[in-house]
Design a binder for this molecule. Sequence first.
Ligand code: HEC
Ligand code: HEC
Length: 335
Amino acid sequence: MNPRTFTRRRRAVPALGLLLAAAVHGGIAQGTRRAEPIEPLPEAVTDVDPARARLGEKLFADTRLSGDGKVSCQSCHLPDAGRADPRRHSVGAFGKLRELNSPTLLNVRYNTSGLNWTGRTKDLDAQIAGSVGNADTMAHDWGQVVRLLADDAAMAAEFRAVYGGDAPVTQKNAADAIVSFEKSLVTPSRFDDWLRGDERALSPQEKAGYAKFKEHGCIGCHAGINVGGNSFMKFGLFGDYFGDRARKGRGAMVDVDKGRLLVTKKEEDLQVFRVAPLRNVALTAPYFHDGAVETLDEAILLMGRHQLGREIPADDRQSIEAFLRSLTGKQLEKR
Ligand code: HEC
Ligand code: HEC
């Protein structure tokens, strides 16, 4: 993944975006849809059973899923923090400290390059199957979780109402409910309204910021329906991100900084990460897999420096930040 392959990709991506947009135009005759390399989110989720999602939301917040009975999924994917974790590093069951910042689960179903910072998990079904037993998060096992939930008469009744049958509390149903909940987390934004042709949905500064996001080349990596989440790239194509981090006193290199190499065992995947999806990024500080950066302004500055080899001026950073804030789901915007 050297800068040269990257340059080739940058040219290819907007062209692909145009193709996709053209395909959409052809398919569903929507004359006003803009031809942009970011596709709009649907306004509503129609393929998830709301009753399953509601049960899943309860399980997601249930500390019985963890070995010490103190941690739920929600402990690290907080509703008030864009379903990410405001702590730099998440703390799992039995106080186990992780060296990763937890990513947002909003629109997670659209991360087509696999899940987690390295794309190591195929999809939501695989994630939930592994997560309860993961020593770094829940440190429990599904067999015990199912027994605890089944012994709770009220919980068993809820499972029966949703899934039916004599023994409705099963790992399969619990996992299905949680995945249904995760799939329901879709957050259409004002930017999506603009993509669909509503000129007034964005302020002049937000539109200017989107133009700068394209001009500077951010769009070469952060594109598609989730503004990322669909490709991998080395973190630190230019300069020395990890060395600079250590010099700022924000931590020396650790194992997780090796990125996708840990998954593929290929040298070329050293420090390669999934291009982070940027929807709701205004809500999900701190930033990057290491949670080392607290403000969006610094994240934009460092992306310019390390991914594009350019110093983005303060004015441009401000408008890019305004654009990124317009990616916050309408129902989550506090205005
Ligand atoms: C201790 C904190 C913690 C807990 C508890 C936790 N997570 Fe996470 N979650 C993380 C971190 C950190 C990552 C990123 C891991 C990585 O990249 O290897 C993550 C990643 C994910 C992802 C992938 C997101 C993406 O963008 O690819 C999903 C899905 C997820 N968690 C769901 C869950 C569910 C469901 C539970 C409960 C069973 C749970 N998490 C419990 C911290 C946590
Ligand atoms: C060469 C590909 C590439 C380019 C170009 C690029 N990024 Fe990124 N971006 C990434 C990768 C990879 C990550 C994940 C890095 C990590 O955390 O390990 C990321 C992460 C981010 C994050 C942090 C998201 C989070 O949830 O922590 C922000 C914000 C961001 N990029 C904004 C931008 C902006 C703004 C630009 C243009 C100035 C840009 N990026 C250009 C690849 C790129």
